[in-house]
Every structure is written in structure tokens, then in C-alpha cells.
Design a binder for this molecule. Structure first.
Ligand code: PLP
Length: 405
């Protein structure tokens, strides 16, 4: 059966509102997605009925909370096809996930003279932690160049690889350009020189199936809030053998086995990386969100979203004075653009007046904006509940913006 975006939309209460007297057209999904009833209800249910700390209570509420919390880990495990549930480490989101790997894996396995590779289209979350690691250790950061269309230069990548490279960390789908990167190929080539690979999956998991075993990714990071879950929670997947070898980054309760002043021992996976009381409601909401996604016909959703993006691109190409930033052959979810003579911030503000929510600015990807010699873009980013009518509303609003400016 064909995917029905209107029935999908009904499940997101926030979308049923007007903004500035116009029906809300929410096209800021790259920043955060909206939440379906099932996610809101899972969080509500936890606080109404099960609220308790996890793992250490000897009472019914604690048992229920712990079961739901650990079930969510299994949901996320299935969502990305990890081999073991303890390979899923809860974090506050993609940013904290990358920092965890930089501090723990980087701190132990990367030193002076080693090299780390990122790409020119990374989000700051996948640049700054590596710069900080390089400052601490004396390692060097190398950058895969990006073409004018917004595609990785894979020949340049191949020439950067050598035995000094300990880690390659690249984004699966660029939040600024929408490019879908050939991560399976990147992983294979990096492994051939003995490097490990982290994939920043913040923008991918909401759009298509990710199978970390098929990809052979060493680490895969993403945030719940960009895949219909709550803010402040996310995870990093890591291969068990790697995570077992990595030291914890934060000390405290939950992550220890035995504490004494003669020495402390740590828990095994995943708990050694999860100190303190976790974001229990967030984890439960995250679990509900990935279950919600897994309940969809994902191939049908992906085909629908591809068609929607294609439709938006066609409209953009016909729109006079509009320049698309990011024209890679393979894209997902994102249409970044500039209007002649208009600052993106003004465009965003005028679109908002017409009920259309987009994001403007550098999208936390200043280096790629510098490469295009632009201060930023306006970015329409699409999700499962957007329709061609939303795209039409965006372009009708853009026409009005052009008249204003
Ligand atoms: N990486 C990419 C590609 C992103 O788009 C984002 C958020 O926009 C992040 C990392 C950071 O995610 P978070 O702010 O949820 O940690």
C-alpha cells in the first residue's frame, strides 16, 4: 500500500496549529523533528505511572522503569541492527556521542604523529572534538575536500589514507547540503589501512534504514530528537570489542562495580559509560520513537521522501533568483538555498510570517559555508509528515518574499 503522509500527519498534534494566522508548514526537521502521539504518551506514561530510578530499586516501580529503560536499548539495537544491546551507549545526543569517542577511544588509541580524517562538510560536532583531541595529543586533523556540488572527493580521500590514520569520522547525511555520503565505501577503505570509522548519523536514521553490521561501522552516533524522539538523549553504537577496550570518561554512580580508597573497578558494557542517573524518560521516549519508525514501511517512506525532495528541487530550479546550495547526486531531506540579494535571516523571518518554518544561518557547518563563500543559507528540511502542498506553500511564500525584498 502506498504511504499516506496525511494519515501520518494526524499522529503529530503540534502540526495541527496555525502560525501568524496561517496553517503551520514545518520545514525545520533537520534541526529537530516533531513528536508523534506514541512518543508523547510513552513519556507521559512513565512520569504518571512508573517514575522511579533504574537498576537499583527493590520495588515494583523501579522494576517497571528498569524494564522499559532496557527494552528501549533493545529497540535501538534492532533499529540499527547492532549485534548486542550493550553496544548501544546512551548519551545526550550526537554531540556527546562524538565527544565520548574522542575522549575515550581517542585518549587511549590516538597520539602524537597519528592522523584523524574528517570531511569539509562536517557539523561542528564532528570537527571540534577532534581539534581538541589533536591539541591534547599532537595528532593531526586531515580534511576530505568537497566539490562544488557538495560531494566528497573520494580520490582525495583515498590519497589521505595511510597507516598513520587512526580514525575517520564522517557524516552520513550532511545537515547543511543534504548530501548522502558513500559511507560503506569509506569504511571499507579506512579499514584497509587499519583505521576505525565513526559515522555521524544525526541526519540519516530518520530518512532510511541503517544497518551498522552491514556497513561494518566501528561507531555510529545519532540523536533521538531528530528521529521523532525527545531532546537531550541519543546514543553511540560501538563494536563490543572496541568499547570493551575503551576507558570510561565520567566517573560516579552506576558505572562502578566496586569502590574503595584502594582502587575502584568499573562495570562492564554498557554501564561503564553511563555514570549517574540517566535521562530515563528520554530513553523511554527514544525507544518509543524508534519503534514508531520501525512500524512504518520504510522503503515506501523513503521512496515518498525522495519524491518530495525531487519535487522541491524541480520547483527550486524553476524559481528565478534562487540558488540551490548542495546539488549532490544522492541527497536526503534537505534543500538549502539563497535568494538573490537577500540575507538568509531576512528570508527566514519573512517565511515565518507566512507560517513556513525553515532554518537559516550556517547550520553549525561554518567550514562548508566558507567554501561556498556564503554567510549561510535558508534550509528547508523535510520529514515523513510533509506533503507536496507544504512544498507548494514554501514556494508561494518565497515568491512573496521576493516581492518584499
Ligand atoms: N551532526 C549533524 C550532521 C547534525 O545535523 C547535528 C545537529 O544538527 C549534530 C551532529 C548535533 O546533534 P545534537 O545537537 O543533537 O547533538
Amino acid at each position: 500500500m502506498a504511504f499516506d503522509p496525511r494519515a501520518m500527519r494526524e499522529q503529530f498534534p503540534i502540526l495541527q496549529q496555525s502560525v501568524h494566522g496561517k496553517p503551520l508548514v514545518y520545514l525545520d526537521n533537520g534541526a529537530t523533528t516533531q513528536k508523534p502521539n506514541v512518543v508523547i504518551e510513552a513519556i507521559d506514561n512513565y512520569y504518571r505511572n512508573d517514575n522511579s530510578n533504574v537498576h537499583r530499586g527493590a520495588h515494583t516501580l523501579a522494576d517497571r522503569a528498569t524494564i522499559n529503560f532496557e527494552n528501549a536499548r533493545q529497540s535501538v539495537q534492532r533499529f540499527i541492527n547492532a549485534k548486542h544491546s550493550e553496544e548501544i551507549i546512551w548519551t545526550r545526543g550526537t554531540t556527546e556521542s562524538i565527544n565520548l569517542v574522542a575522549q575515550s577511544f581517542g585518549g587511549k588509541f590516538i597520539g602524537a604523529g597519528d592522523e584523524i580524517i574528517v570531511s569539509a562538510m562536517e557539523h561542528h560536532a564532528n570537527i571540534v572534538p577532534w581539534q581538541m583531541l589533536c591539541e591534547r595529543t599532537g595528532a593531526t586533523l586531515k580534511v576530505i575536500p568537497v566539490s562544488d556540488a557538495g560531494e566528497l572527493d573520494m580520490d582525495a580521500f583515498a590519497s589521505l589514507l595511510n597507516s598513520k590514520v587512526k580514525l575517520v569520522s564522517v557524516v552520513h547525511v550532511s545537515n547543511a547540503l543534504g548530501t548522502v555520503n558513500p559511507v560503506a565505501d569509506i569504511i571499507q577503505q579506512a579499514h584497509a589501512v587499519g583505521a576505525k570509522v565513526l559515522i555521524d548519523g544525526a541526519q540519516s536514521v530518520a530518512h532510511f534504514n541503517v544497518d551498522v553490521q552491514a556497513l561494518d561501522a566501528d561507531f555510529y552516533a545519532f540523536s533521538a530528537h531528530k528521529v521523532f524522539g525527545p531532546t537531550g538523549i541519543g546514543c553511540v553504537y560501538g563494536k563490543k570489542a572496541l568499547l570493551d577496550d575503551m576507558p570510561p570518561v565520567q566517573g560516579g554512580g552506576e558505572m562502578i562495580e566496586k569502590v574503595s580508597f584502594n582502587g575502584t573497578t568499573y562495570q562492564g558494557l554498557p554501564f561503564k559509560f553511563e555514570s549517574g542517573t540517566p535521562n530515563i524518560a528520554g530513553v523511554i521516549g527514544f525507544g518509543a520513537a524508534v519503534e514508531f519508525v520501525m512500524a512504518q514501511d520504510r522503503d515506501a517512506v523513503q521512496a515518498y521522501e525522495d519524491e518530495l525532495l525531487q519535487y522541491a528541487h524541480e520547483k527550486a530550479e524553476q524559481c528565478e533568483g534562487l540558488r540551490i546550495i548542495g546539488t549532490a547526486r544522492k541527497k536526503a531531506g534537505v534543500l538549502s538555498f539563497l535568494l538573490d540579494g537577500a540575507h538568509p535571516a531576512d528570508v527566514g523571518m519573512l517565511l515565518d510570517q507566512q507560517g513556513v518554518a525553515v532554518r537559516t544561518g550556517h547550520h553549525c557547518a561554518m567550514p562548508i559555508m566558507d567554501q561556498f563563500q556564503i554567510p549561510g543559507t535558508a534550509r528547508a528540511s523535510f520529514s515523513i509528515y510533509n506533503t507536496k502542498a507544504d512544498v507548494d506553500a514554501l514556494f508561494a511564500a518565497i515568491e512573496k518574499v521576493k516581492m518584499f525584498l
